[in-house]
Design a protein around this ligand. Structure first.
Ligand code: HEC
Ligand code: HEC
Length: 395
């Protein structure tokens, strides 16, 4: 802490390189997460941002113990009284300037880190439960992940508010002390009194952070560059649901072998009971096969709500009804009403029940939001894209 009236005649390094990188990468990851959260097709961007955010926070926890002087938590653990006194001081005579974090700023930083951890960890639960992806895939069921989704959303908004307060604080302090704090977070330096010592820049740690983030960017998005329309890049296939050979064999001859998690058990029982008249076809299954299929359906039907589609399908079917078509269920209709009539007639699709034309994971039954493209639309062709950029061609 230094007196406002002291002469600040020396410029020293206050924020080492790792702290500055942490700060601006965190800002970037936070912005990326907000920009990508709404459209499920960008779920890979969103999770990339989330993992980066979590990684940065963990690094900061370590750096708060082993880092340079001003980066250490110990250096800026002030009591609530200090923060209040600091804010009061801004408007009175007792205005103090801190070389490192001031007490109010320090509180904001601890809150940002704590909430960031809650945000990213709840995100992992949502990712595991809803998308069957990440470290908790297959461990957290869809139903269990619902409260985590609520937490995730609530904390995201609260954190946004806190970021706003933090930015206001920085602007207020910059104004009162007539110094450019934002510039300091870029350059790392501040003008201080003669006696204050600067810190080591730690360029090697900084370079390591950059290398790790760069490698992660390539690992996550590199696949897009080699993807083609025929072989699209599928970043979002989670672990498969339980598959079953007799089922696939008996049901994939004429159409996709719909995964049993798409309809309740009573529907499959009915379908198999009337197998001699299956939408005009005779399935001609023997009794042993039928029993095998029923046993598999029983362990994987929509009633068990293993996945988000299973849960949504099941909760949209009144218990008095036994739909024989997936495409008759109100949830399915609602989800697909925005698909134009023209699209359904396309050669690659032809039939509504041709789920695999649009959903890359249709066979597995997972129907993850991010794992689909309507044929001819939204397909990201990496080579075409590169050609367009390099060659400046129209398409
Ligand atoms: C011999 C051909 C054939 C086989 C084998 C077959 N199906 Fe079908 N299935 C059809 C036809 C035809 C339709 C109606 C397609 C349409 O109207 O679009 C259909 C439709 C369905 C539908 C409704 C799809 C929708 O619109 O939501 C379900 C569910 C279904 N089949 C389940 C099964 C199961 C389970 C098996 C394996 C036990 C099976 N099918 C095997 C011919 C077959
Ligand atoms: C013409 C392409 C197309 C076909 C064919 C198709 N879908 Fe879809 N599906 C979509 C679109 C578009 C959405 C909406 C995605 C969104 O809301 O983000 C969707 C959404 C869904 C969802 C909700 C995913 C989620 O979690 O939001 C499920 C489940 C689903 N489809 C299942 C099916 C099943 C089962 C079939 C086959 C019986 C099928 N779809 C056939 C295009 C298709």
């Amino acid at each position: 802490m230094i007196d406002r009236n002291q002469k600040n005649d020396r410029s020293v390094l206050v924020w080492d390189l790792p702290v500055r990188l942490f700060h601006w990468l965190l800002v970037t990851a936070f912005a990326m997460a907000w920009l990508s959260y709404e459209d499920n097709r960008y779920l890979d961007v969103h999770t990339f941002a989330g993992y980066t955010f979590l990684g940065l926070l963990i690094f900061r926890l370590v750096w708060g113990v082993f880092g340079t002087h001003y980066a250490r938590f110990r250096e800026f653990s002030y009591g609530p009284g200090d923060a209040i006194a600091y804010i009061k001081g801004l408007f009175g005579d007792d205005m103090r300037r801190y070389v490192g974090h001031n007490p109010a700023g320090a509180w904001a930083i601890f809150a940002l880190i704590a909430m960031g951890l809650v945000l990213t960890v709840s995100g992992l639960f949502v990712l595991g439960g809803e998308e069957r992806h990440g470290p908790l895939a297959g461990i957290v069921g869809f139903r269990q992940s619902v409260p985590f989704r609520e937490t995730h959303e609530f904390v995201a908004y609260t954190l946004l508010l806190l970021v706003f307060v933090h930015v206001c604080g920085v602007l207020v302090e910059s104004f009162f002390h007539r110094e450019n704090l934002v510039g300091s977070m870029f350059r790392g330096t501040k003008s201080v009194a003669t006696a204050t010592l600067g810190v080591r820049p730690h360029r090697l740690v900084g370079a390591t952070i950059i290398a790790v983030v760069a490698a992660y960017v390539i690992a996550t998005f590199g696949g897009y560059l080699t993807a083609t329309k025929e072989k699209p890049y599928l970043p979002f296939q989670g672990p498969h649901l339980v598959m079953n050979d007799p089922w696939t064999e008996a049901c994939s001859e004429c159409h996709l072998a719909f995964h049993p998690s798409l309809l309740p058990l009573r529907s499959w029982q009915q379908i198999l009971k009337q197998q001699a008249d299956h939408f005009g076809d005779d399935l001609a299954l023997d009794e042993k096969t039928v029993n095998e299929l029923l046993a598999y359906a029983q362990k994987n039907s929509a009633d068990l709500e293993q996945t988000e589609p299973a849960w949504r399908m099941n909760s949209n079917i009144p218990s008095s009804e036994t739909p024989l078509r997936i495409t008759d269920v109100s949830y399915w209709k609602r989800k697909h009403e925005e698909v134009d009539a023209e699209v359904w007639k396309r050669n690659e699709i032809k039939n509504r029940a041709n789920c695999g034309a649009c959903h890359f994971d249709a066979k597995q039954g997972t129907f993850e939001d991010a794992d689909m493209r309507i044929p001819g639309e939204n397909a990201f062709d990496g080579i075409e894209w590169l050609k367009a950029i390099l060659g400046g061609k129209d398409k």
